[in-house]
Design a binder for this molecule. Structure first.
Ligand code: HEM
Length: 396
């Protein structure tokens, strides 16, 4: 057993500017690093593929923050009323709640949405009039918002608000904690009112189904109902946006792959899986807490410690992937971009469908698509947890 190397401030500008280079150096230096979160809480960062994969299925790691021995200086911007969701819970509560929503997200159920998603994509692409566009604004941002709001049953006229609220959380390292907290409070109030309205007049959507599970079958508490709506809306939007953006960028940076996808030699799905490895929308998994003293990669970690598993680092581990920095859609998919185990992404089939339809139609409509700025000029949202573009200027 060894002790972890200590890195005073890992979550700094250097990591933000070059996540993969920084993680490569860390991974090389040791499997687990002790550092502090941006808000000052001690944290252990896990860097290697095998350890990250194993941590996802280790029952000694809890997602419930009641098991933390330390906290940061700032409170989370998410109000405690929205806390009782899947990514803060362990079995048996997690199992009960996940069962309630999982049938809405099976591959078969989601496949039924394809014609609908196609129609949205066609409409968004029709609206691109000039010979230049920001793909984030024109396609990657609006599509997942339309789809997740329809699935949940958020009226069309309210969707603009959601976009602003989730944006403020998405770029939360840049925004003030006060701004994020205000957005979250507004979102909380809105969801509370919407649930009340749907109680009086149920509609055919996931939120009405959840309200029914609460009122008629007593399967979840009011707090769990609210938090579930919040989680699905938030995660269903942010990461799907980033998958579409990151996949489009990967194609623009690799013209040979773009040609191969256009020729039908590389399936769009394979290109998306490689994007989830090479530049994953979620770079750090949800924080976990050690329920007992344990070791990861031979490093001793005391009970109560906060653990961050780096998906970005695991996905570029040369012990798992040959030549990991190369974008190679033909490699067998083994990425951890959607996590693993009981918290494996609920929305993975939906995210894959949205991105597949978006990218397929985009390449068909604009076969000559290219970046309108130099590769090193693309700008990223400032986040240690997510990897997403601010804008994606293209021309054709
Ligand atoms: C490309 C897009 C997406 C990526 C990369 C992604 C990534 C992830 C990851 C890594 C986790 C596991 C977190 C952990 O265990 O630490 C997760 C969980 C989850 N994701 Fe996604 N996600 C995406 C899209 C979506 C969509 C569209 C939805 C919509 C429903 C969604 C809903 C969820 C939920 C509810 C969980 C928690 C599951 C649980 O705890 O049982 N995600 N996602």
């Amino acid at each position: 057993m060894t002790t972890a190397p200590s890195t005073a401030r890992l979550f700094n500008d250097a990591l933000m500017a070059d996540p993969y280079g920084t993680y490569a150096r860390l991974r090389e230096a040791g499997p687990v690093h002790r550092t502090t979160t941006p808000d000052g809480a001690p944290v252990w960062v896990v860097t290697r593929y095998e350890d990250v994969r194993a941590a996802h299925t280790d029952p000694r790691l809890s997602l419930n923050k009641a098991n933390a021995s330390t906290t940061g200086r700032f409170q989370s911007s998410v109000p405690p009323e929205l806390d009782s969701h899947l990514l803060n819970l362990d079995p048996p509560d997690h199992t009960r709640l996940r069962r309630l929503v999982s049938k809405g997200f099976t591959a078969r159920r989601v496949e039924g949405l394809r014609p609908h998603v196609q129609a949205h994509v066609e409409r968004l692409l029709d609206a691109i009039a000039d010979r230049a566009a920001d793909l984030m604004e024109a396609l990657a941002n609006p599509l997942p918002m339309m789809v997740i709001c329809e699935l949940l049953g958020i009226p069309a006229q309210d969707r603009g608000n959601f976009r602003n609220w989730t944006r403020s959380l998405r770029g939360s390292e840049e925004n003030s904690a006060v701004e994020s907290r205000t957005s979250m409070r507004e979102m909380h109030r809105y969801l509370t009112d919407l649930i009340a309205a749907k109680r009086n007049r149920p509609t055919d959507d996931l939120l009405s189904d959840l309200i029914d599970a609460r009122d008629e079958r007593d399967k979840l508490s009011e707090a769990e109902l609210l938090a579930m709506a919040f989680l699905i809306l938030y995660t269903g939007y942010t990461s799907a946006v980033n998958l579409i953006g990151n996949a489009a960028l990967a194609l623009l940076l690799h013209p040979e792959v773009m040609i191969s996808v256009q020729a039908g030699s590389t399936p769009v799905r394979a290109m998306l899986e490689e994007t989830l490895r090479w530049n994953p929308p979620v770079t750090l998994g949800t924080r976990r807490f050690a329920l007992e003293d344990l070791t990861i990669g031979g490093v001793a970690i005391p009970a109560g410690s906060r653990i961050w598993v780096s998906l970005a680092s695991a996905n570029r581990d040369p012990a798992q992937f040959h030549d990991p920095d190369r974008f190679q859609p033909e490699r067998p998919p083994a990425h951890l971009g959607f996590g693993q185990g009981i918290h494996y992404c609920l929305g993975a089939p939906l995210a894959r469908l949205e991105a597949e339809v978006a990218l397929t139609h985009l390449l068909h409509r604009f076969p000559e698509l290219r970046l309108a700025v130099a590769a090193d000029e693309v700008e990223w949202m400032p986040s240690f947890h997510h990897r997403g573009l601010k804008t994606l200027p293209v021309t054709w």
